[in-house]
Design a protein around this ligand. Structure first.
Ligand SMILES: [Zn+2]
Length: 352
């Protein structure tokens, strides 16, 4: 995630094709759906159509695909044919979940491929392919794609070809499987980058930054537990959280009141409720939380429950830091965690 103030610098670097910024940022172009390196030879987009990312993975998760001209996934100087072959294979069929036999079909040694990929891109091949799939699904959500609603009303036919990456991640059409529930998913732009909100007509089930590690699995788990299909769209709780997020980022709201559903064990719920008792501007530790719920020995389980939170910001797991004062981890990324804590400190001191 890149602070807004930086964007202007980056945009200038983009106009200048400044090679010093290679690897510093990637730019997603909203009008074309591609993402580029700073030195891309293609015509430069308008500032308002640019989104800047620190890593290629973030750009992929925001549903951009790699530009064919500047090839932002290749090292400027060298990329092995093997790695390029893999990138191309994913682009041809982003919906595919890769197995060793798929590598064999391409006459690629799976372990070599994986090693080279990781070395070149700093992410595994599986992570790359998953980011692409998730990106495609998120693109549908971002567009609020009415095509899928249309598919629902006309009914699902297995031969219709309506088996795209979206339905693989978000669930096939309800008419086919006889789902009880439909959840709606919306793309919410926030000051710290885009988030995805998933809710039914009553309550919010999930709120996450779209580049959160493991989001695809999280969505799958949610879908299975609720036996739902997830479709692009808005419900009252999504409108409510969108409004509250605006006020939160402006510094005029610290307490979220949108109704939520806690999908977790009773222990996890206990931890999540305790987390919500940490006031904005303050922090706690896993040990502190474990003690607060009267289970001082359950430090590790508390940490796991914290990580299993899928209501970012609403359940303020970012307010948990290490006992020694270090920031500790955060699913949404450390720089966001730091920003949130600073932000809440400011709100706290202004209102007191
Ligand atoms: Zn480009």
């Amino acid at each position: 995630m890149i602070p807004y103030e930086r964007n202007l610098d980056y945009y200038q670097a983009l106009l200048d094709k400044n090679s010093e910024y290679e690897g510093v940022f990637f730019v997603g172009v909203k009008t074309t759906g591609v993402f580029c390196r700073p030195t891309c030879p293609a015509r430069k987009p308008k500032f308002e159509n640019c989104e800047f990312y620190k890593t290629a993975k973030e750009a992929l998760l925001a549903s951009f695909r790699p530009c064919r001209r500047c090839r932002p996934l290749s090292h400027p100087n060298q990329v092995s044919e093997l790695v390029q072959l893999l990138v191309n294979a994913v682009e041809e069929n982003p919906e595919q979940r890769w197995t060793d036999s798929d590598f064999r079909k391409l006459s690629i040694d799976a372990s070599t491929a994986r090693r080279q990929f990781k070395k070149r891109f700093g992410m595994t091949f599986v992570e790359y392919a998953r980011a692409r799939r998730m990106g495609i699904a998120l693109k549908q959500i971002r567009a609020g794609n009415p095509v899928i609603d249309a598919q629902l009303t006309t009914g699902y036919e297995s031969s219709s070809g309506f088996r795209d990456a979206f339905s693989k991640i978000m669930g096939a059409a309800p008419t086919q499987i006889g789902y009880q529930t439909i959840l709606k998913a919306a793309w919410l732009d926030t000051r710290l980058g885009p988030m995805i909100a998933i809710a039914d007509e009553e309550a919010l089930y999930l709120l996450e930054f779209v580049d959160r590690r493991g989001l695809e699995r999280e969505v799958e788990r949610l879908r299975k537990r609720t036996k739902s299909a997830i479709l692009p769209g808005y419900t009252a709780p999504i409108r409510s959280i969108e409004n509250e997020l605006t006020h939160y980022f402006e510094g005029s709201l610290t307490q979220f009141n949108t109704p939520v559903v806690y999908l977790g064990s009773s222990f996890q719920r206990e931890v999540w409720e305790q987390l919500q008792k940490i006031p904005p501007g303050q922090t706690s530790s896993y040990a502190g939380l474990a003690a607060a719920i009267g289970k001082p020995g359950s430090y590790r389980a508390v940490a796991q429950a914290n990580g299993a939170n899928q209501l970012a910001l609403v359940i303020p797991c970012h307010r948990v830091i290490n006992s020694n004062g270090d920031l500790g981890g955060y699913g949404g990324g450390i720089s966001r965690k730091q920003w949130l804590l600073n932000h809440e400190m400011t709100i706290g001191s202004e209102s007191s």
